[in-house]
Design a protein around this ligand. Structure first.
Ligand SMILES: [Zn+2]
Length: 170
């Protein structure tokens, strides 16, 4: 699983830390998909495309990665896909048979989760790369995460008082 690097952090935390920005990025995705550079699914193919804004590509790549790491349900992923393809809330409501209001609510939950995951990853890099805090490797996913309660739950019987599996894996 690819995670963000210090290089991504040059702009990403300031882009994805706002629910409204995440919402707009997802809503405008279809314009880029249709006209410019994005291939099928979430695969980026920029070969031969010179005029495209590299930051836009990088931003959508980061967004895709965040969405992948949010552990969304199939229905949440379907909602995201439909918004990305340019469907309105009303059209989504009619297509999947849930009320307009509930489409809005479900999407807000999704956008909030993306922002939360971005903040979590941002703190992870700051804690380890910048502050040099101690890390601990998760026994399940193998990620080296900060040895703090944000990433690992308490385990009073363990030497370091943390569980061996990270919160995301639990
Ligand atoms: Zn894990």
């Amino acid at each position: 699983m690819a995670h963000i690097t210090s290089k991504d952090l040059m702009f990403q935390p300031f882009v994805m830390n706002d629910i409204g920005v995440v919402e707009l990025l997802i809503e405008f995705r279809y314009k880029y998909d249709d006209n410019l550079f994005l291939g099928g699914g979430s695969t980026l193919d920029v070969t031969g495309v010179k005029a495209v804004n590299q930051e836009v590509i990088a931003t959508y790549a980061s967004l895709d990665r965040l969405i992948n790491q949010c552990n969304f349900t199939d229905q949440q992923l379907l909602l995201i896909k439909m918004v990305e393809k340019g469907y309105t809330h009303r059209e989504i409501s009619e297509a999947i048979g849930i009320e307009n209001q509930n489409v809005k609510k479900a999407l807000k939950t999704v956008y909030k989760a993306v922002v939360k995951e971005n903040e979590r990853q941002w703190r992870r890099v700051i804690y380890t790369s910048t502050l040099g805090l101690k890390t601990k490797q998760c026994n399940k996913c193998g990620e080296h995460l900060p040895a703090t309660n944000e990433f690992y739950s308490d385990n009073k019987s363990a030497k370091d008082r943390l569980l061996s599996i990270c919160k995301t894996c639990r």
